[in-house]
Design a protein around this ligand. Structure first.
Ligand SMILES: Nc1ncnc2c1ncn2[C@@H]1O[C@H](COP(=O)(O)OP(=O)(O)OP(=O)(O)O)[C@@H](O)[C@H]1O
Length: 231
């Protein structure tokens, strides 16, 4: 959080519009995020925060507007060109168990993006997975377990390790600690702060807890009925 860069924004969202049927749920929203910066997105339930996140990730194509990520405009790109950019813009969702397959061991879940990217190497891959586990505060034995054999906090750490395997530049954190026991939240927030410091990641931090957002974020954008105001 302390290393906010003055270089070009990592993410530059311009006039984003998302409609569901005839309802405009994201209404000409614009914001930017620099490398190493955390932008908080706050607002009441149903105001359009997750729809904004999905449209930034191009998991839901916006109806209009532009999403510039790392110097490239995403909304006009086909899936094939989007694929490598998507790797470097990773979501972390609220439900830690929902984001990992219940059938797979944690080490396989973390290794999967390396296989998908074609960067899995049989000799160095296991060490890379071990390093990612360690980086998020898990030990090698956690890698042998399945999601339901971990606590919610450990599982969210595993989800973050999986996101890091893609060597992201931006994390879209959609209520990443809301489902966790309050006693576990600080640990995850400290981990996110430490990773940002070390790796220069940009964060879009979606949260409905005003005090938490003010504490954790460099800037806060407030959403209401699909529209944004900044502070
Ligand atoms: N697939 C969909 N089809 C129709 N309406 C949708 C769809 N997804 C979201 N909406 C509606 O769009 C509006 C914005 O929803 P969104 O999930 O983006 O809000 P949110 O601010 O993230 O809410 P929460 O904090 O409860 O997650 C809501 O009124 C929601 O009902």
């Amino acid at each position: 959080m302390s290393h906010v860069s003055d270089v070009n924004p990592l993410l530059d969202v311009r006039d984003l519009v998302v409609r569901h049927g005839t309802r405009t749920v994201v209404d000409h929203v614009s914001f930017d995020i620099s490398p190493g910066e955390t932008l908080g997105l706050i607002g009441p339930s149903g105001c359009g925060k997750s729809s904004t996140a999905m449209a930034v990730l191009q998991l839901r194509r916006p109806d209009s507007g532009e999403v510039w990520f790392d110097g490239q405009e995403l909304t006009a790109m086909d899936e094939r060109r989007l694929r490598p950019l998507r790797q470097t813009m990773q979501p972390v969702f609220q439900d830690p168990y929902g984001s990992l397959s219940p059938r797979h061991r944690i080490r396989d879940a973390i290794a999967e993006p390396l296989h998908v990217q074609g960067s899995w190497d049989r000799t160095t891959g296991p060490a890379r997975v071990a390093e990612l586990l360690e980086r998020v505060g898990l030990d090698p034995t956690h890698g042998d377990r399945r999601p339901h054999e971990l606590s919610g906090g450990q599982c969210q750490r595993a989800g973050i390790a999986r996101a890091l395997a893609c060597e992201p530049k931006l994390l879209i954190l959609d209520e990443p600690v809301s489902a966790l026991d309050p006693s576990l939240r600080a640990g995850i927030l400290n981990l996110l702060a430490e990773l940002q410091e070390r790796l220069g990641l940009g964060y879009l931090f979606i949260c409905h807890d005003r005090a938490l957002v003010r504490h954790f974020c460099d800037r806060v954008a407030e959403m209401r009925d699909g529209r944004l105001s900044s502070s």
